[in-house]
Design a protein around this ligand. Sequence first.
Ligand SMILES: [Zn+2]
Ligand SMILES: [Zn+2]
Length: 352
Amino acid sequence: MKNLVALVDGSRNIHLETRDVPEPGLNEVLIEIASVGICGSDLKYWAYGKCGRFALDGTQMVIGHEAGGTIVAIGQNIKHLKPGDRVAIEPGVPCKSCEICNNGRYNLCQRMKFCATPPVDGNLCKYYVHDADFCYKIPDSMTTEEAAMLEPLSVAVYACQRGEVSLGNSIVIFGAGPVGILCGLVAKSKGAANICIVDIDSGRLNKALELGAAHTVHCCKPGEDPQKVASDILSTIGSAMGPHCSIECSGADSSLSTGVYITRPGGCVVMVGRGSMTPSVPMVCAATKEVDIFGVFRYANNYPQALALLSSGAIDVKPLITHRFTLNDSEKAFETAADSKQKAIKVMINCQ
Ligand SMILES: [Zn+2]
Ligand SMILES: [Zn+2]
């Protein structure tokens, strides 16, 4: 048995390399990876070798962090999983012992090891070892592609939790990529009544409408005034008071400003996307309206919720998967995901 791994180095190439199959430690499981989704952060490491504050610095890294597969071996201490179980892999393993971990916000642990965040290897490969505490058994009714989709879905569940999205709320989401669309689906399942999605790509907006958004706004041209965009959005949703919550998933700095302008007094802006390191935001407007701005960094304790949403049928993520490739064709998969002409929402790689 040999392992095959897909490496990136920031030069828009995927190098396939044969390695030994890793052995699970006492508290780990060995997983035969079946499905891996490509995420925006994966594309950044592939194309530029960096994402936000993390950089490859000339090294190679196994890419991939949205994965599902089948357990083939378990460490000596493992009781809750067995070979043959199909699992979703939560890609971040925190230290489990610091004050932040003990308080439950383990996504903020400073000793976090997260798949495909340098220098930690990801799981776009045939065989992969992971901490068993962060593997979730999926029911027979769920596919391994859906298991992979639990990663972006967990981001959306956490974003809606941070924004306290609840019954009857009006929500505006910036960005109709996978995370924006998933935020819309989660908000809807939490009873949000009026969901509007804003994007520059009309194809993505059509997908958002198909999946239940009440309104879409096609915007923005570069340099467009956020206050002008804000008034367009408010007239589209038919509410001068504005949404209870705005969720920024586009990574455009200007959307953060627009979010502050449109959000109703006492509401909140949830920042999921990442634009520049120092975006200019109308903070005085936020302060005088008591509009809170909540950061989102990945998720904590949200995999079980996301799993329940899928297995109960409350949310269907399958329509988001637009393209499929094999592990050997990973490079084509990344090129497709990066090319806006391909109209990809979620690109999946089958590793078996
Ligand atoms: Zn992701
Ligand atoms: Zn910790």
